[in-house]
Design a protein around this ligand. Sequence first.
Ligand code: PTJ
Length: 258
Amino acid sequence: MSDDDTVPADVEHEAEIPEDHPRYQDLLSRHRIEEGIEKGITHLQGMHAEGRGSAFDYLLGEETIESADEAERAAAAHLLLAEKPVLSINGNVAALVPEKMVELAAVVDADLEVNLFNRTPERMQAIADHLRDHGAEDVKGLEADARIPNLDHQRAKVDADGIYAADVVLVPLEDGDRAEALEAMGKTEIVIDLNPLSRSPQVADVPIVDNILRAVPNMADHARDLADADAAELRAIVEAFDREAALEAAEERIRNGL
Ligand code: PTJ
């Protein structure tokens, strides 16, 4: 990296971050989260979430490990088999991968629904607008005319024709109790979280221990690859996936670098 090619003290646009910087992905994520906060999309607590994720990604080697790739393929198969798949969006997801979430939703024919822990009408609207700016047509979550039973916080608020009615839900970047509550409703949950020990991947049908920056485009690639697969082939991929083995492989990599 030459002197002219260093990271500016104040990055105004992400294009100013040199792609060959050894910490490129991390600098890009931090920039997107900061920008998300400035735009009223991301909650300040999103910075803590980002820091937690970044530490685990470091230990994973900042790459999609084989078990995560298998999980991403199984997730794609689940989404393609689903009758009503919904991708849940919080403030960090909206800041980090808005375009990629819209793209994945199009590839698997899923709905996008905003669902926040720190829910305010202003943030709900800002995120819905942000997703529309990145190509989304319909964004759910603002109606909030249904509740996830036995969940005592704002994430319980969902749309009756969205997450409430979904059979498969993608739940990214939340260490919480919603995945468990969704499971109790009989839904299949796919979770993306860099910490295999956080609550959501621990209960997910498909825990994806990978950075969302890598996971979502890879899921879309798998879904495109499987577009012509019949239901039997998709079911075989789903059944061959071993959630316990995926969690163990990720923890092993993080603890022992293996
Ligand atoms: O937008 P809101 O109001 O719904 O709030 C969202 C946050 C993210 C602030 C809220 O859900 C939260 O506090 O999250 P936690 O409890 O910090 O959990 C976030 C999880 O996501 C942690 O287990 C992190 O390891 C993980 N994580 C963070 N960044 C990434 C990630 N996993 C994958 N890719 C990332 N880039």
